[in-house]
Design a protein around this ligand. Structure first.
Ligand SMILES: Nc1ncnc2c1ncn2[C@@H]1O[C@H](COP(=O)(O)OP(=O)(O)OP(=O)(O)O)[C@@H](O)[C@H]1O
Length: 636
């Protein structure tokens, strides 16, 4: 029987040929879904890069070797041209093959086999191992750390920005190492070999190359930190712009309804302008670099050329040696121009990693303790003991010495004006935030001593605006419990009065009923329909504590009445904490807790509270019922 909920989804069948016997042989070098037990990734950018590089050590060691060989083969080719010219000069068609066939064969092999083998090895490691697998490994491990961040972390950042950081981390770490090992390393090898060849011919030419190398290093050294700073600015402005665009499109309804003055045009223009400014700053640096390199290279090539011709005239350098020398320095010129782009790419990749590290390697403010225990199914006895809490604001305290004891199976309604702290009480129970002082216990165990997963297993939460994931309705309901059957999902949907509308559902891609997808590119559900799906999800979860945060606010009275019986069944034997502005929906609870400005000002049953006519509850009740609605009516 099919089971649903929290199951790993196999890759799309279209990508199954990734299990190819030949390709896989090399691709298996890196296991993208392996992980270490390190809780927080390194905060230092270099250490962050090294941390991942170590996990794919062998491909990178091979690449280091191959990168060096690329430079050596390149130098050998130019040197061979000179050698070829000299032996042609000194041979006749009759003697050429007879005297030089082994060397000529070697040259042919260099061209035909060695060069190709080195190139293919580099391509395989880069394209088959690093790009698909190593990138995925970095992204996977980054995602796993970020998802462990507490709720507040996600409230303080844009969802799109966090997602981008995870994606970018993979490619930037990979690109940085690839560029260093391939381009930079083979370039350095080439310079050293060129220097050696020229030194053997004429020490003055070697000095020219050494001076050129120092000049090149000076340009890099002077402009590198500046380029780096400009690159970081660039990445920041880009993500601000991206965040702003995503924010606008996420809140498009508000923008459509309120932004009549086209304020968003101005804001986007501002962000685009800043981004362009940062880009301009960066590109100016790049132009300066290119100019400096062009001038320096021109001087180097002319000097070596003059010295080489002088040597030929003096009879110390052969024609072939001139050809080899000029070939080497022309190649150096070509490489150095292109290396600047690579160095620029290297810096850009580094600053992107730096930027991503600031999001990915943050120490989570709330973490399971090392000795955290699994909380077994509780009876739902919740206690707040002398809890002090604010939302990181120094001046105001929301809760100061809050005490609250909710007995197992008790049904408690939290009541109070907007902003009183009702939702915060619930958030603290769920450990979405942590108290500054005091403690919260469930069945006598401090919730700070248990794993967050086992704590949240105790709770079924239906909130005012339940969010549904962009998946099928079935998966959304099955999200409540791992491995449920289709029948159980349907039974829960029936109880939550969701079954009927689900049967009629059809998403834009033609999937119907429980298979229809919800969300941005799926079917659009009304607030009430979403709440019913969320109620079905919680019914399946069957947790001992039920939190109803305005759980039925979006339902019309008819539907509400229809699911009320099932809600009563759902609440049976469970501890319930309900928040509702519509007091009539919670008037029948065992106890009402009235909160005002973070303090509990009244507690008792509905009728008891009404007796205190000047009390906050009686005043709120009178206002809502217009003074006409009796408790008997409300409790019906
Ligand atoms: N994430 C947050 N960061 C900072 N302050 C917050 C945060 N959430 C709530 N607050 C503040 O804490 C106070 C209590 O908010 P809370 O949401 O608990 O009130 P509430 O009684 O549930 O209100 P409502 O009935 O309007 O939902 C409010 O002043 C609110 O502005």
């Amino acid at each position: 029987m099919a089971r649903y909920g929290n199951t790993y989804q196999d890759p799309d069948p279209a990508y199954r040929d990734t299990d190819h016997p030949v390709w896989n042989r090399v691709e298996r070098f890196v296991d993208p879904f392996e992980d270490t037990d390190r809780a927080v990734l390194p905060k230092n950018t270099w250490q962050f890069i090294a941390y991942f590089a170590r996990q794919a050590k062998w491909p990178f060691v091979i690449l280091l070797f191959v990168g060096g060989l690329v430079g050596a083969v390149d130098a050998a080719l130019y040197w061979s041209v000179g050698w070829l010219i000299d032996i042609l000069d000194n041979s006749t068609p009759e003697t050429l093959l007879r005297d030089h066939w082994p060397a000529l064969l070697g040259f042919l092999l260099l061209l035909l086999v060695v060069r190709a083998a080195v190139m293919v090895a580099a391509a395989i490691i880069e394209q088959q191992v690093i790009v698909p697998r190593f990138y995925t490994m970095v992204r996977w491990q980054s995602f796993r750390r970020v998802i462990e961040q507490p709720y507040a972390f996600f409230q303080d950042d844009f969802a799109g920005r966090i997602a981008t950081k995870i994606l970018q981390a993979g490619e930037s770490v990979g690109d940085f190492i690839l560029t260093s090992l391939q381009s930079l390393w083979s370039f350095l090898t080439f310079i050293v070999l060129t220097f050696a060849v020229l030194a053997a011919l004429d020490w003055r030419m070697a000095v020219v190359v050494a001076v050129w190398g120092a000049g090149y290093a000076a340009i890099v050294r002077y402009l590198l930190p500046r380029l780096r700073a400009a690159g970081k600015n660039n990445a920041n402005e880009r993500s601000v712009l991206n965040g702003r665009l995503v924010d606008i499109f996420t809140n498009i309804l508000t923008v459509k309804l309120f932004d009549t003055g086209r304020k968003e045009h101005g804001d986007v223009k501002g962000a685009l302008g800043n981004y362009m400014g940062a880009v301009t700053h960066l590109t100016r640096m790049i132009t300066l670099v290119r100019t400096a390199v062009a001038v320096l290279n021109g001087m180097m090539m002319s000097a070596v050329g003059v010295l080489a011709v002088q040597g030929w005239m003096a009879g110390t350098i052969s024609t072939g040696a001139i050809a080899a020398t000029m070939g080497l320095v022309f190649r150096l010129n070509q490489m150095s121009g292109w290396m600047m782009f690579n160095i620029n790419g290297l810096i850009r990749a580094f600053s992107t990693v730096q930027d991503a590290v600031e999001t990915i390697s943050v120490e989570p403010k709330i973490r399971d303790r090392a000795d955290a225990v699994e909380l077994a199914r509780t009876t739902g006895h919740i206690r707040f003991e002398n809890v002090r809490f604010n939302y990181g604001k120094d001046d105001t305290r929301l809760f100061e010495g809050l005490d609250l004891d909710i007995a197992p199976g008790e049904k408690v309604g939290l009541v109070g004006p907007s902003g009183a702290g009702k939702s915060t009480i619930v958030s603290l129970m769920l450990r979405l935030f942590e108290p500054e002082a005091g403690r919260i216990t469930i069945d006598g165990t401090d919730i700070a001593d248990v794993t967050q997963v086992s704590l949240r297993r105790q709770f079924g939460v239906v909130s005012q605006e339940p969010s549904l994931l962009h998946r099928s309705l079935r998966d959304n309901i099955a999200y409540g419990r791992h491995g449920v059957s289709g029948e159980e999902i349907e039974a829960a949907a029936r109880k939550a009065k969701a079954h009927e509308f689900i049967l009629d559902a059809r998403d834009p891609r033609g999937r119907r009923g429980y298979d229809a997808h919800v969300g941005e590119r799926g079917i659009k559900l009304s607030g009430g329909q979403r709440q019913r799906v969320a109620i079905a999800r919680v019914m399946l979860k069957d947790a001992p504590i039920l939190i109803l945060d305005e759980a039925t606010s979006a339902l019309d009275s008819e539907i509400e009445a229809a699911i009320q019986d099932n809600l009563a069944e759902l609440m049976e034997g469970k501890t319930v904490v309900a928040i509702a502005h519509r007091l009539s929906t919670i008037a029948a609870m065992d106890r009402l807790v009235v909160v005002e400005n973070g303090r509990i000002v009244q507690m008792g049953r509905h009728d008891e509270l009404l007796r205190d006519e000047d009390g906050l509850y009686a005043r709120m009740w009178t206002r809502q019922s217009g003074g006409f609605l009796s408790f008997a009516e409300a409790a019906e």
